[in-house]
Structure formats: structure tokens, C-alpha cells
Design a binder for this molecule. Structure first.
Ligand SMILES: *[C@@H]1O[C@H](CO)[C@@H](O)[C@H](O)[C@H]1NC(C)=O
Ligand SMILES: *[C@@H]1O[C@H](CO)[C@@H](O)[C@H](O)[C@H]1NC(C)=O
Ligand SMILES: *[C@@H]1O[C@H](CO)[C@@H](O)[C@H](O)[C@H]1NC(C)=O
Ligand SMILES: *[C@@H]1O[C@H](CO)[C@@H](O)[C@H](O)[C@H]1NC(C)=O
Ligand SMILES: *[C@@H]1O[C@H](CO)[C@@H](O)[C@H](O)[C@H]1NC(C)=O
Length: 506
């Protein structure tokens, strides 16, 4: 049938006279009729390359005599037996097979091997409780969500050595540990969705079989701990969703070897402290955990993340957290640029009781005072074993913000030391850390004008004192350059916006 219609379409494009149009239509109609007579099974719809038999109350697959690239049998009552009767001669041309929303339970041989050209297979919303399905080697996308599978079928999945995306959400996976012979790699897999399972533990050796993974979704599981080195083999990871688990602690170096990791979602866990020594993220979502305090000496761990979400934590609002309040206030501009839910962005006080449930943007910083009788505070200092809290020595200020330039000034209050030091000024447009610009100055410099900035755009600018021994003081400012009268700036921002929008949808 497809041949007929192609013929007609070619004919149409070669003529432009209105008079022939009528004839064309008749020809087309004829082609369709011929097509139906030849190939389209009763009850189904056929159009060029698609066989659409979705939602037909089918209990079995009838004989299909023609070649189609897409088979859609979604929403029927096909069970396992139905899969046995497929005639091999027509399966070679199928590239997409949608058999979701059926009643498949355990599919065994003969299975999908005869679909030699299959690229996408949708088996979601069935009743599969075991996965012993042989997959064709060329398969790229596999949907298995909403089944009842409780073990990770590594050996079967590894048969599809080209597989790029696996959707394994809404199943019953519990412990993901390794079988002795799980050596075969899923070396093309970039996208794995394991959300909404019951995973309590995931072993490193499982993740080791997926060296190219960029996007891993483990949200809505039961993880209570992450072992050190768990992700060490997944150096390509860009996005990791660990939200809605039961994590209490993030081991320090666990993300250290992941240079590409830019989005880390940890909301709705049970973290008590701000995780330290993390790489710099574009989005770090720590909302709805159990963090009550982030001390000022952790500033370096907090600052670099472009979007930091701390809402929904039970903060104790005293003087120790004033700096964080100021920091979040300064970043409130982000709410205008990104579709971030306010309750994820703006923290609320949990204690003291006079501030209970008050959102930070409604409170004056003066209300964050310390009560030195509090025993907790002393415990805290002993526990954290921290360096003594020092006053900020380096102060960076933006003194003149224009459309395309910013004048910066800084002061260093520190007693002049004998060690040779320089300043490094690093700045980038919000959301574009990979395009960071660095300028270095002698220690005698104390101001600088940044030129060539884009109007109406947010910039993050940090100044660091660098000595031959170590990188020392750091201070940052964030600002938005003055609006340009042209719309160009808006357009540009709209562009960034659309990239990040997506992550705050739910
Ligand atoms: C199959 O049909 C269902 C219902 O019409 C539709 O939602 C689904 O996207 C179709 N599948 C494919 C692969 O086109
Ligand atoms: C099943 O997966 C295919 C992609 O392989 C997709 O196009 C289709 O919409 C999915 N079907 C349903 C019902 O969601
Ligand atoms: C999962 O692993 C944990 C820790 O090794 C173990 O205590 C638990 O019994 C395991 N659960 C199942 C269902 O195998
Ligand atoms: C992870 O899966 C959950 C549930 O399916 C979804 O809401 C969330 O957006 C996913 N996370 C990412 C980063 O895509
Ligand atoms: C600004 O950009 C223009 C063109 O890219 C360049 O010629 C000029 O030197 C830049 N000015 C500064 C101060 O960097």
C-alpha cells in the first residue's frame, strides 16, 4: 500500500494545475482502497507504515501478511500465548512494537528475537513478573514500566547490546545485587529510569555494567545509604535523581569522580547535614530534608551551586544561619527566571517557636538571633570539629551596574602576609558555568570593570585570593545587568529558561 501512495504523492508534486487535482484525489482514494483490501486486518487501521490495532479488545495476534514498520497493539487483552503465533515472515520489517497495556505475564521463547530490526519495544503496563525475554540485538529503547518485575534481568537486557534507554519504573525491584556472571556490559545505555521500585540496595557492580549512563533516575525508592564509590564507574553521569528515598547521609567523595554531573536531586530524603565536598552543580535540590543548620564556614560548599533548593527543611533560625538567609535573599531573582516552586526555594523556620512556620522572605534578618543558653549549639561545635569560624576577610562589591558592564571593587582586611598572593576573578552567566571567564590580578589591584556583558542577564562573579600555598578567601556576588531597551536580552533568557524549565515541572 505504501508504494501506491508514494506514487501518487510524487505525481502531485510534479503537477501544479488545479484541473488535475480531482483526478489526483480519485487516484489517492483508489490507492487507499486497494491498500485496505490487500493488507489491513479487520478492525485495525493501516496507514503507510503503521499497523494500528490499539484498543480493539484483541485476544490474539491474527496473521499479518504485509510489512509494516510500526505495530501498535497497545490496549488489548493479549496474553503470553498470543505471542507464540506470530508469523516470522512479517516480523523482519517491524521497527517499533507497542504491546503496552495488555495482559502479558511471562513471555518465554519464542520471543522477540525474530523481530530482527526492532528498535523500540513497549511492554509497559502488563503483568510481567519475571523477565526472561530474549531481545534482538539492535533494540534501542525498551519500556518495561508498570509491571511486576522483582529482579533485575541483567543477562536478558545485555542481549540487546545497543540499548540506549530502559524505562523500568513502577516495578518491584528490591535488592539490585550482582549475579556472578554479570560481566556483559550495557555499553550503550545512557538513560535508565528505576523510579518507583522498592530498591533498598544497589550494588556498584550493577552500575559498573553501564559505563555510559548519563541519566539515572532512582527516585521513589527505599535507599537509606549510598556506599562510597558507588558511582565510580559512571563518569558520564549528568543527571542523578535520588529524591524520595530514605537517605540520611551522603558520603563525602561519592560524586567526586563525576565531572559531568550537573543535576543532583536529593529532595524528600532524611539528610540532616548539608552534604560537603560536592562538585559544583547547576541544580542541587536538597529541599524537604531534615537539615536544621548550615554554618557559615560551609559557605564554600554552598555558594557555587547555581540553583540551590533548601526549602522544606526544619531550619533553626538563629544568628548562625543569617548568612544563609542573606544568600537566599540575594538569589530570589532566580524565582523570576525559572519555574521553581516557591516552597522548594524559600526556607521556612522550624524553630524557635516564635518563628515557627514563617517563610524566610517574610522575616527580617534581625529576627535571627542567638540564644546562648542553648546546649545544642555547644554539642554542634564539638561534633563538627570545624575550623574556628573566621570573619570574612575578603569583600567583593559591585559598585556600578550598567547594561553591558559592571564595576567591581574589593577589600582585603587581612593583615598583609609575607606569602605572595594574587586575585582570581571568575565569572559566568547564570546557567553557563562551562563558559566561565577567569581574570588574574596582582595583589595591589582592588577594582576592575567587566565589559562586554549581556544586558538584563544574571551573572555570578567570584573573587578568590590565591597564594602559592593554597586557594584562600572567596567572596561572590550575583547580579543582573541593567535591562537593554531591545528585546534581544529577553529572547536570550527565554532560551536558557526553556532548558531548565523542565526540571521543575513536578
Ligand atoms: C499506540 O496507540 C496508543 C493509543 O492510540 C498511543 O497512545 C500510542 O502512542 C501508540 N503507540 C505508538 C508506538 O505509536
Ligand atoms: C510505547 O512506547 C513507544 C515508544 O517505543 C511510544 O511511542 C508509545 O507512545 C508508548 N505507548 C504508550 C501507550 O504510551
Ligand atoms: C536486601 O539487602 C539487605 C541488605 O543486604 C538485606 O538485609 C535484605 O534482607 C535484602 N532483602 C531481600 C528481599 O533480599
Ligand atoms: C524521575 O522519575 C520521577 C518519577 O517517574 C519523575 O517525576 C522525575 O521527573 C524523574 N527525574 C528526572 C530528573 O527526570
Ligand atoms: C569587547 O568585544 C569586542 C568584540 O568582541 C572586542 O573587540 C573588545 O576588545 C572587547 N572589549 C573588552 C574590554 O574586552
Amino acid at each position: 500500500m505504501s508504494k501506491y501512495s508514494i506514487h501518487v504523492v510524487l505525481f502531485t508534486t510534479n503537477t501544479c494545475c488545479g484541473g488535475i487535482n480531482m483526478l489526483m484525489r480519485q487516484l489517492q482514494l483508489l490507492a487507499i482502497i486497494v491498500g485496505i483490501v490487500r493488507a489491513c486486518p479487520e478492525d485495525c487501521k493501516c496507514f503507510s507504515k503503521t499497523l494500528d490495532c490499539s484498543f480493539r479488545r484483541l485476544k490474539e495476534l491474527f496473521n499479518i501478511h504485509d510489512n509494516y514498520q510500526i505495530w501498535n497493539f497497545s490496549g488489548n487483552s493479549l496474553d503470553t500465548k498470543a505471542m507464540i503465533n506470530i508469523e516470522p515472515s512479517v516480523t523482519d520489517s517491524v521497527q517499533i512494537f507497542d504491546i503496552s497495556h495488555n495482559k502479558l505475564c511471562n513471555v518465554k521463547e519464542p520471543s522477540f528475537l525474530q523481530f530482527s530490526q526492532l528498535r523500540e519495544l513497549n511492554l509497559s503496563h502488563n503483568e510481567l513478573n519475571d523477565f526472561e525475554i530474549s531481545l534482538p540485538q539492535g533494540l534501542e529503547v525498551l519500556y518495561l514500566g508498570n509491571n511486576l518485575i522483582h529482579t533485575w534481568p541483567h543477562l536478558y537486557l545485555a542481549q540487546a547490546s545497543q540499548v540506549k534507554k530502559i524505562h523500568f519504573d513502577h516495578n518491584l525491584l528490591n535488592n539490585m545485587s550482582c549475579e556472578a556472571d554479570a560481566n556483559s556490559l550495557l555499553h550503550r545505555l545512557i538513560n535508565l529510569d528505576l523510579s518507583y521500585n522498592h530498591i533498598e540496595r544497589i550494588d556498584k557492580c550493577i552500575l559498573k555494567t553501564m559505563p555510559d549512563l548519563t541519566d539515572l533516575n532512582l527516585s521513589n525508592n527505599k535507599l537509606s545509604a549510598i556506599k562510597e564509590g558507588l558511582f565510580d564507574s559512571n563518569t558520564q553521569l549528568q543527571k542523578l535523581d535520588l529524591s524520595k528515598n530514605m537517605l540520611r547521609k551522603i558520603p563525602g567523595g561519592v560524586f567526586e569522580n563525576l565531572p559531568n554531573l550537573a543535576y543532583l536531586f536529593l529532595s524528600h530524603n532524611k539528610l540532616v547535614t548539608f552534604p560537603l565536598h560536592l562538585p559544583v552543580f547547576e541544580v542541587l535540590d536538597l529541599s524537604f530534608n531534615e537539615i536544621s543548620c548550615v554554618k557559615e564556614d560551609k559557605k564554600k560548599d554552598v555558594y557555587p551551586h547555581e540553583i540551590l533548593l533548601l526549602g522544606g527543611n526544619p531550619f533553626h533560625c538563629d544568628c548562625k544561619i543569617r548568612w544563609l538567609k542573606e544568600f537566599i535573599e540575594m538569589r530570589e531573582y532566580q524565582l523570576h527566571y525559572f519555574d521553581i516552586p516557591e516552597e522548594k526555594f524559600i526556607p521556612i523556620c522550624h524553630s524557635p517557636y516564635n518563628l515557627f512556620n514563617e517563610p524566610w522572605n517574610m522575616l527580617s534578618t534581625d529576627l535571627f538571633v542567638c540564644d546562648y543558653d542553648n546546649i545544642h549549639e555547644e554539642e554542634d561545635t564539638i561534633f563538627e570539629n570545624s575550623e574556628h569560624e573566621s570573619e570574612d576577610n575578603l569583600k567583593l562589591e559591585a559598585v556600578n551596574i550598567a547594561e553591558n558592564s559592571v564595576k567591581l571593587q574589593w577589600k582585603n582586611i587581612q593583615v598583609i602576609s609575607l606569602i605572595e598572593s594574587t586575585y582570581q576573578l571568575k565569572y559566568h552567566q547564570f546557567g553557563h558555568r562551562n563558559k566561565e571567564t577567569i581574570r588574574s590580578f596582582r595583589s595591589t589591584t582592588s577594582s576592575y570593570v567587566l565589559h562586554n556583558l549581556t544586558a538584563g542577564t544574571a551573572y555570578i562573579i567570584c573573587l578568590q585570593e590565591v597564594t602559592s600555598i593554597s586557594n584562600k578567601e572567596l567572596d561572590c556576588v550575583e547580579l543582573i545587568t541593567a535591562e537593554d531597551s531591545s528585546v534581544l536580552a529577553y529572547l536570550f533568557f527565554a532560551c536558557i529558561l526553556s532548558v531548565l524549565f523542565f526540571f521543575f515541572r513536578n
